[in-house]
Write a protein that binds this ligand. Structure first.
Ligand code: GLA
Length: 731
């Protein structure tokens, strides 16, 4: 019997240079059987122990040389447990009583559920390591993949399982990766939870023997929890110093990440497909690939970890074009009109939007089929004949004449029961025959896992984009799954829906991008319900939240940017929140991401238009820095102070933008001086207020970077909603 593939154990070092000259290396030492994955300032190591188990050895700062590393026996011996039951394996099978979360659980056709994976070979290709594991007795193989990003040191891990046997195997759990960190007394886990209009709440909790599980069981990413985590040391880590381990899953379906301590106090982490309702029949010769789990490490606190994630997402996740193209200033009609969409109304809004410098006019829900409310029309992607008797062309042409791009809202994965599509194809929604079909927001979920449904959705969107000069799609997704049946498939194959659905979604998006390369996409799910590193491979930006209260947004944005860059974080000015918040304050809040305007422009005064025009122009001057610069949360908007300070510094440090925002600042509150970070210490910076106003006393017209970082500027803030932004330009 073939005991596995030896890819070539003599391959010692392979390295790849990143765009910035940063290096990633995969080093294998055949003497110690240790793999060292080094990228940027970080290192991730694993080793093969004498029995052939692959053990986690190190994840953290680069170790330099010599680094005495070896996977030894005994790493799992504890009381009544056998040594193997607690081994810090890189990816264990559920077998021989392994106690921590295994990477994979299977049931062979003869009832055997014991799977023990050991090293079977490896291959190094550039900055990628493929590591082959194989069961001790049966031809079930798992290939672990590790890609090291030269620019950030982020390691992207995934796994492929292959059934080399003659009978089907049922997979009951298949994760992307499992991780182990050595014992330290004070690990702390951060993760984000939320609900509609209240996404991006940060939670911090000590890591104990009782595991914390973040997950979605809803079929999509969901905002109940977001598939991102960070771990730090409570006694050591601050916003700008100390160790932080972080990561995010690239998957837009049901997922799970669990974190806890094992018997030794080591942190064990596991993430991938959610085992909830998961089952996959792997036929002879078939493979299944997991989502990718991207993890990294920073020595520079939570801010440093966030900046690495920003660099990684901007440089390696986002689609090609949007890595450098700035986000366009958009207008969206939803808050102004709701479903009350008319051609004349949209044209009037477009004229007003163009007058303040908007670059992209987006018509939201309500333009198609019989869509006068959320009770009808989803699935029928042709313009309403009453609202647009001559199709979309007159409006799109008008928008183009006004110098703007045209964008459109769609929700292609959904159908209202009251729609032509559902009447024609009631079998196209996920369902269990003879059982109720639960509706949410009056809609049902199309079974995108079906090839015919996938092809229909692709064709409908392709036609829309081919027949109209549309440059932007807001792709919405507004309900949780229920009754996830796929009756056309054999009973043992129906739960593939959790994987095939998401793969087909990615397929459609990839294909639309390929056929319509100029079109940009925004991922929306009742706000920020589908934000993850999977959908971001096909999306240029995301809708952060339906909550556009400019004050509440500051906290949400502060947390969002722990995981994802400002370049994808869309933020609109609207009328949400306290009417006492000025339009300028609303702009200062929304300008900290991709700026959009969602106000009812028909209600604006001439002064509002003047303010908006000035702020849009100012935003265009700083947006490259905001979207692609280095972000420093000098005083995070987490409610611990009555003010927050967020700083964006361009990569070449030639420009910096400091947003200084206050809320309910009392006379007794001392605000400032605020010390900036990340500037060129020897550079001379000229200061200007973003709105063109006079410089306050505490802001010098010219000062060195060192002055700003050690002495700092003072701008007193007073009252309920106060805010300023200072732009520093190196001379
Ligand atoms: C969701 C989105 C909103 C808007 C509506 C339209 O709630 O989050 O921005 O597009 O749908 O129905």
């Amino acid at each position: 019997m073939r005991r596995g593939i030896n890819f070539g154990a003599l391959c010692l070092v392979a390295s790849v240079l990143g765009a910035t000259g940063a290096r990633a290396e995969v080093i294998y030492d055949p003497a110690t059987r240790v793999f060292r994955l080094v990228g940027g300032e970080t290192e991730y190591d694993l080793g093969i122990d004498p029995e052939g188990y692959v053990q986690s050895l190190h994840w953290g700062a680069a170790l330099g040389a010599p680094a005495p590393l070896a996977a030894g026996p005994g790493a799992g011996a504890a009381g009544p447990d056998a040594p193997h039951q607690n081994l810090p394996q890189e990816f264990a099978g559920q077998g021989e009583g392994f106690v921590p979360e295994p990477g994979i659980k299977v049931a062979f056709s003869d009832g055997n559920r014991d799977l023990v994976l050991r090293y079977a070979g490896h291959r190094i290709a550039g900055n990628t390591l493929f590591l082959e594991l194989r069961d001790i007795a049966r031809p079930l193989l798992v290939t672990l993949r590790y890609d090291v990003d030269p620019a950030t040191g982020v390691v992207s891990r995934s796994a492929v399982v292959r059934n080399g046997g003659k009978a089907s195997v049922r997979l009951d759990q298949f994760l992307s990766a499992t991780f182990t960190l050595p014992y330290q007394p004070d690990y702390r886990l951060s993760y984000m939870t939320g609900r509609h209009a209240s996404e991006w709440t940060m939670n911090r909790t000590p890591v104990t023997g009782a595991a914390t599980v973040m997950e979605s069981r809803r079929g999509s990413t969901s905002y109940h929890a977001n598939p991102w985590f960070s771990l730090d040391r409570e006694g050591l880590t601050t916003e700008e110093s100390g160790p932080v381990w972080f990561g995010a899953l690239g998957w837009s379906g049901s997922w799970r990440i669990g974190v806890g301590r094992d018997l030794f106090g080591r942190v064990r982490m596991a993430g991938g497909f959610n085992p909830y309702d998961f089952a996959w029949t792997l036929k002879p010769g078939e493979t299944l690939e997991s989502p990718v789990f991207h993890v990294g490490y920073s020595d520079h606190g939570r801010g440093g970890a966030a900046r690495l994630m920003h660099r990684f997402v901007n440089g390696s996740i986002l689609p090609e074009g949007s890595r450098t193209r700035p986000r366009k200033v958009l207008y969206n009609s939803w808050e102004a009109t709701g479903f009350d969409v008319t051609e004349a109304g949209q044209m009037a809004l477009a004229e007003k939007a163009a007058s303040i410098g908007v670059e992209r006019f987006v018509m939201d829900d309500g333009w198609f089929g019989a869509r006068d409310s959320d009770r009808a029309g989803l699935g029928d992607w042709s313009p309403s004949r009453t609202k647009f008797p001559n199709g979309l062309k007159p409006l799109i042409d008008k928008v183009a004449r006004l110098g703007m791009e045209f964008g459109l809202w769609v929700e292609p994965e959904m159908v209202n029961a009251d729609s032509a599509l559902y009447r024609a194809h009631p079998d196209w929604v996920m369902n269990f025959p003879g059982r109720p079909r639960t509706e949410a927001r009056n809609q049902l979920v199309l079974n995108l896992a079906r090839t015919d449904v996938r092809d229909h959705v692709l064709a409908a969107l392709d036609r829309l984009l081919s027949e109209n000069n549309i440059r932007f799609i807001k792709w919405d997704y507004n309900r949780t799954w229920s009754e996830p049946g796929w009756p056309e498939r054999a009973a043992g194959d129906q739960q593939r829906i959790y994987v095939d659905y998401v793969r087909n979604l990615y397929f459609i998006l990839a294909e639309l991008r390929r056929r319509h390369p100029g079109v940009e996409f925004e991922a929306c799910s009742s706000g920020g319900g589908r934000v993850d590193l999977g959908i971001l491979r096909y999306s240029d930006q995301v809708w952060t939240s339906d909550n556009t209260d400019p004050f509440e947004r500051l906290a949400m944005q502060g947390n969002f940017t722990s995981a994802y860059p400002a370049s994808v974080m869309m933020a609109w000015t609207t009328e949400w929140g306290d009417p006492g918040a000025s339009l300028e304050y609303r702009f200062l809040s929304a300008m900290q991401g991709g700026l959009g305007i969602g106000n009812d422009l028909n209600a604006w005064t001439p002064q509002d238009f003047r303010t908006a025009k000035a702020m849009v122009a100012a935003y265009k001057r700083v947006r490259a820095t905001v979207q692609h610069g280095e972000l420093y949360r000098l005083a995070p908007p987490d409610g611990t102070t009555p003010y927050s300070d967020t700083l964006y510094v361009a990569a070449d440090r030639a420009q910096a933008v400091w947003f200084h925002m206050g809320h309910s600042v009392a006379v007794r509150d001392n605000v400032g001086p605020v010390l900036l970070r990340g500037l060129d210490a020897d550079g001379v910076y000229a200061a200007a207020m973003i709105d063109g106003g006079a410089l306050p006393e505490g802001i010098p017209a010219k000062a060195s970077g060192a002055w700003w970082m050690s002495r700092g500027g003072v701008v007193p803030l007073k009252g309920q909603y106060a805010g300023v932004a200072v732009v520093l330009s190196r001379q």
